[in-house]
Design a protein around this ligand. Structure first.
Ligand SMILES: NC(=O)C1=CN([C@@H]2O[C@H](COP(=O)(O)OP(=O)(O)OC[C@H]3O[C@@H](n4cnc5c(N)ncnc54)[C@H](O)[C@@H]3O)[C@@H](O)[C@H]2O)[C@H](O)CC1
Ligand SMILES: [K+]
Length: 443
């Protein structure tokens, strides 16, 4: 966004013009959300505060009773301009500042360098607690917009209005949990799509002359706990794989009859569209070693990630790996930077596509592309949902999507399937909801 803003300015748009659009959009969203609710706007010294002064003017023009409390006079040129356009009073923000029903936080945005000072923090919390509705300008103040880390603790907001493009903080924890509904306003600048929120996938149409192998043969390797691989296999089948086969030394109960169980491991069958190894593998590393001898694309999940030991083992593997935080650290150690930086570094080191799971799942490609999952229901945090995701990714890869696209499509569909399955779901219900999630793509 900073680069995009500089490009817009170089092309002749003034910061004041961008600020006018940003402030107007903030006012518009606030008015749509809160109507004529009296508002208190907290303004900081930089351009985030500038947006606040502009929003105040637009809200007042709509008949809203607006007060501004500022921590100092504006320091940037554009914010001084915006302050000059405001005809009303500006109170000093301190312990005698009275609350209002609507609180708009325009203290700090992308320019925050460190946490808020204690005295300011105290007033910020008090005014947030004494309001009925809270709206943040760009990001809640205290949040580092690049990483989602809270440099000082942040109260919860009902809405965050941001400009031009989402910032990582809107899609990374813990800040994502504080933003409320995120409204994205166009202010006429273009950000690069290399980092993006995962959107509804476009799946290639099925070949009318196709057969079960061309729709994708997913081959899953069982280990100690066959229930987990059964979930992956089921999820792959429901995701539209043409053929799902499980290598297992003992018969697995309860698998749909359409899923073939074999006691041999034909992992070098050239028809395999994607292998799955890891769910329920347990302490049998030879299953992983075997999988790594196959030339097929593969999804490496769970215990198989732990048993990899070295990320270098993934080189040349055409692999997608799906670690949660613990598995990620076991494989890559403690990497520097934000979750986004760590995901990209891991992809670069291993040459694999990384699905870095959590409430803020990321999909990272070795070529630098990074996808942020849209928010998914908290009830996805239960046993077996990761096994389901692994199966979904394998099905997408098996039907011919490239690794990054396959992982992105599956992560998006997984979130929607969870919404459809509802709060009481177990992982089995999640797998069963996949066809309904896929049906969304036809609407
Ligand atoms: N990106 C765009 O295209 C546009 C963004 N707009 C808004 O501008 C802010 C970013 O503005 P900036 O002036 O760069 O930074 P801030 O307002 O967030 O704050 C900088 C200001 O605050 C001081 N400061 C930083 N940290 C602290 C601290 N912990 N305590 C006290 N003071 C602090 C710093 O020294 C500066 O004085 C972006 O978020 C948008 O809201 C524009 O409207 C134009 C378009
Ligand atoms: K803010």
């Amino acid at each position: 966004m900073r680069a995009a803003e500089q490009r817009a300015i170089a092309a002749g748009t003034s910061v004041e013009a961008l600020m006018e659009r940003a402030g107007a959009a903030l006012a518009e969203a606030a008015y749509c959300h809160a109507g004529k609710m009296p508002a208190l706007i907290l303004c900081g010294p930089g351009n985030n505060g500038g947006d606040g002064y502009v929003a105040a003017r637009h809200l007042a023009d709509r008949g809203v009773e607006v007060r501004i409390a500022a921590i100092s006079e504006p320091k940037s040129e554009a914010a001084k301009w915006a302050r000059g356009q405001w005809r009303g009073e500006v109170e000093a923000l301190n312990s005698s500042t009275g609350p209002s029903l609507l609180l708009i936080d325009a203290l700090f945005g992308t320019g925050l360098r460190e946490g808020l000072e204690d005295a300011l923090q105290k007033q910020f919390y008090r005014l947030a607690a004494d309001s009925q509705m809270r709206i943040a300008c760009d990001v809640p103040s205290g949040v580092d917009s690049d990483s989602g880390v809270e440099l000082s603790s942040v109260p919860g907001f009902e809405m965050t209005v941001t400009f031009g493009a989402l910032k990582p903080a809107h899609r990374l924890m813990p800040s994502m949990g504080k933003c409320g509904r995120v409204v994205l306003a166009d202010i006429g600048i273009e950000a690069s799509p290399e980092w993006h929120e995962l959107g509804q996938p476009v799946l290639p149409a099925l070949d009318p002359g196709g057969h079960k192998y061309s729709r994708g043969l997913v081959h899953a390797l069982a280990g100690k706990m066959p229930g987990a691989i059964a979930l992956s296999a089921k999820a792959a089948a429901y995701s539209g794989a043409g053929y799902v086969r499980v290598s297992t030394s003992r018969s697995i109960d309860g698998l749909p009859s359409a899923i073939v169980q074999t006691d041999t491991a034909e992992i070098n069958d050239g028809r395999i569209g994607c292998l799955i190894v890891g769910p329920g593998m347990g302490d049998i590393p030879r299953v992983l070693t075997l999988a790594l001898t196959s030339h097929a694309p593969k999804v490496i999940d769970a215990d198989a990630i732990t048993h990899l030991g070295e990320p270098e083992r993934l080189r040349g593997q055409d692999a997608i790996i799906t670690p949660h935080q613990g598995e990620f650290e076991r494989l890559f150690g403690k990497l520097e930077g934000s979750k986004a930086d760590r995901a990209l570094e891991a992809a670069k080191r291993s040459g694999a596509v990384i699905v870095y799971k959590g409430p803020d799942t990321l999909v990272a490609s070795p070529d630098g592309r990074l996808g942020f999952a849209p928010p998914a229901p908290a009830w996805l945090a239960s046993a077996g949902t990761g096994d389901v995701l692994a199966g979904m990714i394998a099905a997408m890869r098996g039907r011919g999507l490239e690794a990054f696209e396959a992982a992105s499509a599956a992560v998006w569909l997984h979130g929607r399937a969870a919404e459809i399955a509802g709060a009481q779901m177990i992982a089995d219900d999640l797998a069963a909801a996949i066809p309904q999630a896929l049906a969304l793509l036809n609407d």
